[in-house]
Design a protein around this ligand. Structure first.
Ligand code: GAR
Length: 209
């Protein structure tokens, strides 16, 4: 059984999708062992509390540097015997210490079809504002391994939805969450926990099934 830590900063709807999937037995060979929030006010902490999952708060401003905060994060993950780190709307920059300690074991969900609308400044609602401003006809979500370079790690799963003519950023965000993120993230986590993800260069092979 693999121990999963979910890193959050805000509402935590992706955390909730993972909790719900776990409740349905869809996280095979894995258990959400901890929720770590970059903000003491994140509603995700309330979701963790309701699900009976231990939670921790790690605030960047409590540390002199991003490196120092990342080192504290790695210490906590090791102390909790975490095998998989899931970034689910985690909005704090972490440094290489995390990827050295957890090589090919940190995954992130991003609300666009990477490599579109990603990188610096592309987070949360901004991603959907950028997609609408560009005029794309499809957008979606990507679950990928996290590497040092922002939003650039090997892609695990992607799913697209149509962009409708009068979409607002909020409507597009909601459609992508419901139809893409909340489905893909639990699937990717379950595949990881079953050792079914094999990274070969930039490509992730999905084994078996
Ligand atoms: C989600 O849409 C997630 O994909 C996005 O933030 C939202 C968090 O929502 N993440 C990024 O933009 C990362 N670059 P949630 O707290 O309700 O899961």
């Amino acid at each position: 059984m693999k121990n999963i830590a979910v890193l959050v900063s805000g509402g935590g709807t992706n955390l909730q999708a993972l909790i719900n999937a776990q409740g349905r037995g869809e996280i095979v060979n894995g258990e959400i062992a901890a929720v770590i929030s970059s903000s003491p006010d994140a509603y995700a902490l309330e979701r963790a509390r309701q699900a009976g999952i231990p939670s921790y708060v790690l605030v960047r401003r409590d540390y002199p540097s991003s490196q120092a905060m990342t080192a504290a994060l790695v210490d906590k993950l090791k102390e909790l015997s975490i095998d998989l780190v899931v970034m689910a709307g985690f909005m704090t920059i972490v440094t290489e210490e995390l990827f050295e300690a957890y090589e090919n074991a940190v995954i992130n969900v991003h609300p666009s079809l990477i490599p579109s609308f990603c990188g610096k400044g592309a987070y949360g609602l901004h991603v959907h504002e950028q997609a609408l401003a560009y005029g794309v006809k499809v957008s979606g979500a990507t679950v990928h391994f996290v590497t040092q370079e922002c939003d650039s790690g090997p892609v695990i799963l992607q799913k697209a939805v149509g962009v409708l003519p009068d979409d607002t950023p909020e409507q597009l965000q909601r459609r992508i969450m419901e139809q893409c993120e909340w489905r893909l993230l639990p699937q990717a986590v379950s595949l990881f926990c079953q050792d079914r993800l094999k990274v070969e260069g930039r490509t992730v092979k999905i084994l078996g099934g």
